[in-house]
Design a protein around this ligand. Structure first.
Ligand code: ADP
Ligand code: MG
Length: 359
């Protein structure tokens, strides 16, 4: 049995899918504007992108008008990320790199190289938990662009071993000037699904700031960045979901401004064989979907790309190694860990500090 509200569409062009979000932007407009707060109005727009959907809220003074071309401009920025990095489009830069014979250096856009460089850095900081060469394994477990079939079979240990030679952070290198990517051998591929939505959010935020918009919320497939004030005249309220398949209930509401928040979870995108769930998050160490009690990880950061990549990495590492590493690096993380009663919540000092700094 497959539970995969998000799986079919991620990165797929022209497919409007149920939003991948692990986070819910709570709409609290009208719920008591603070006394003396300026009169504000909210404009919303969004649409399909990157196999998922995006939602933007822009807050302007009561008499303000949405700057001309703003929503088209945001869409263009998001589409550019998709056009460069989608593995569902054979003409994307990443798909061309993946198809190239190796070893080879290929000239690429500065954008793709920046995302790959960040992913490699996070990969090294997390003992290879975030590994963008994991694509052949993602396909073997039926979650990728190449293996996106309705098959729910469990791959054999031999099949997993057979793809190992093309997996590992040292199979890829980056050069910034001029921007280029290196692959060590033919068959080495990159999959930026764990980090590119966060990057797309950052690009859209950059665009809005350039256009002089200072109060907004951007959400792409559940990864979020907020700036300035919400229409209530206060911080933005973002809810972290309870880790329950098929339900959307708020576990904790985060009150934020000028921050990004990303969540990775194992409870939406998975399939079951004989009652056992197989998640879309792959542990590159075992070549298999993660198997531990950590159900979701939420990360706060000034960079949505970093928050997105770290959330996936922490989810791979699990409740013990992930937690230790987060404390060692003082990362702002919030874990939901399954236990006999349901789940336990655990937040790092950096997470609570960032929230209280917002007060
Ligand atoms: P979601 O896309 O569900 O919001 P993530 O940001 O955690 O969640 O990204 C998950 C996607 O990243 C998977 O669908 C897969 O394509 C890819 N992936 C799976 N495991 C890894 C891993 N260990 N490192 C990097 N990417 C991964
Ligand atoms: Mg991620």
């Amino acid at each position: 049995m497959r539970r995969n509200q998000t799986r079919s569409g991620r990165w797929q062009d022209d497919a409007v899918c149920w939003c991948a979000g692990w986070l819910i932007a709570l709409l609290l407009a009208g719920c008591g504007r603070p006394d003396g707060a300026p009169d504000l109005q909210e404009f919303s727009f969004g649409g399909p992108v990157m196999g998922t959907s995006y939602h933007i809220k822009v807050v302007l003074p009561g008499d303000g008008e949405l700057p001309e071309g703003l929503s088209a401009g945001v869409h263009e920025r998001l589409e550019r990320v998709n056009a460069l990095m989608s593995t569902y489009r054979s003409d994307s830069e990443v798909s061309r790199f993946n198809a190239a014979e190796g070893p080879v250096w290929m000239d690429c856009s500065a954008e793709t190289v920046a995302v790959v460089a960040e992913a490699l850095e996070l990969g090294r900081m997390t003992d290879g938990a975030l590994d963008i060469t994991v694509g052949p394994l993602v396909d073997l477990w039926h979650f990728g662009s190449g293996g996106g079939d309705a098959d729910d079979s469990v791959p054999s240990p031999e099949q997993i071993e057979a793809v190992r030679p093309v997996i590992g952070l040292d199979a890829i290198d980056v050069r910034m000037d001029p921007p280029a990517l290196f692959k060590r051998a033919s068959g080495v591929r990159i999959d930026l699904s764990a980090i590119a939505k966060g990057y797309a959010v950052d690009r859209a935020a950059e665009y809005l700031l350039e256009r002089g918009v200072g109060h907004f919320m951007i959400e792409v497939g559940g990864e979020i960045r907020v700036h300035g004030l919400s229409a209530r005249g206060g911080r933005w309220n973002i809810a972290v979901e309870q880790p329950l398949p098929g339900l959307r209930r708020s576990q904790r509401v985060l009150s934020l401004s000028d921050l990004a928040v990303a969540t990775s979870g194992d409870y939406r995108n998975y399939f079951e064989v004989d009652g056992r769930p197989y998640s879309h998050i792959i542990d590159p160490g075992t070549g298999r979907p993660i198997e531990h009690a950590l159900a979701s990880v939420t990360v706060l950061s000034s960079s949505c790309m970093r928050a997105d990549g770290l959330a996936t990495a922490m989810l791979v590492l699990g409740p013990d190694r992930g937690w230790e590493l987060a404390l060692e690096h003082d990362w702002a993380v919030y874990f939901l860990i399954r236990d006999a009663q349901g789940w336990e919540q655990r937040s790092s000092a950096a997470f609570e500090r960032m929230l209280s700094a917002e007060d």
